[in-house]
Design a protein around this ligand. Structure first.
Ligand code: ADP
Ligand code: MG
Length: 245
């Protein structure tokens, strides 16, 4: 591919004290690409995606996001965070703000959008995630699935270049998992660049361009979903798939 990748990680190493959480991670994420990241608990999946918007600092290697070097100072970090949407397991909505206010906060504070523009954009994305009628409610008045869809809408209001999802359905009751996966599938089909940490292998099969398997801080295997699920090459991948499928 000739176009600059949205994310380029080169030989990234991350330590927490004596413990090495990421080992020699190199990864390009191209525009429009959908990557599913899977692996056992503690394998470094969250750490990897948190490094992409510098929620974690790296000890070695390079990370570029949208052509900007992350390791070159604070200014760049702020710029990058505006381009990277992040959705967490625990929604992380502001409890004292309404759904609409949650969605308007970053566009008005960071992008200096007018209130009217921010509200119009927020409503547009709340419609996209199919909950415009919840706009005036507070997060605690919504179901988990609705809160997660608000979190997705809130991230989209910043027009991110890439969306990072860290186990977005893991905290949900089973009956709410599909509404969030459906929202993410829609987003994928609209062409969003996405990196998704998930154990939802049905979603991976349907949506991913590439599936990446991590174990003990390393990328062990990368493949298209068909190959990944039908003929994984590495023993560690086979063992993992035996446990989650
Ligand atoms: P995963 O998301 O794959 O479950 P994580 O990226 O959360 O894994 O964690 C990878 C490893 O790094 C784990 O062993 C975890 O205990 C460790 N770790 C993560 N965050 C910290 C931290 N802030 N301080 C110390 N160790 C951490
Ligand atoms: Mg994690």
């Amino acid at each position: 591919m000739t176009a600059d990748p949205i994310v380029r990680m080169v030989n990234v190493e991350k330590w927490f004290g004596e413990f090495q959480a990421l080992r020699n991670i190199s990864l390009d994420v191209h525009k429009g690409e959908k990557i599913v990241l899977c692996g056992p608990s503690g394998s470094g999946k969250s750490t990897l995606i948190r490094c992409i918007n510098q929620l974690e600092k790296i000890e070695q290697g390079k990370i570029r996001v949208n052509g900007i070097e992350l390791t070159e100072g604070k200014q760049n970090v702020e710029t990058i965070r505006q381009e990277v949407g992040m959705v967490f397991q625990q929604f992380n909505l502001f409890p004292h703000l309404t759904v609409l206010e949650n969605c308007m906060l970053a566009p008005t504070k960071v992008r200096k959008a007018s209130k009217a523009d921010a509200a119009a954009t927020a409503m547009r994305f709340l419609e996209r995630v199919k909950i415009p009628e919840q706009a005036e409610k507070y997060p605690a008045q919504l179901s988990g699935g609705q809160q997660q869809r608000v979190a997705i809408a809130r991230a989209l209001c910043m027009s991110p270049k890439i969306m990072l999802f860290d186990e977005p359905t893991s905290a949900l009751d089973p009956e709410m998992v599909n509404e969030v996966l459906d929202t993410m599938t829609d987003l994928a089909q609209e062409g969003m660049t996405m990196v998704v940490v998930t154990h939802e292998m049905g979603f991976a099969r349907k949506v991913a361009d590439r599936v990446i398997f991590m174990d003990r801080g390393e990328i062990v295997e990368t493949a298209d979903p068909e190959t990944f699920f039908t003929s994984p090459q590495q023993e560690r991948t086979k063992t993992f798939l035996g446990q989650v499928m």
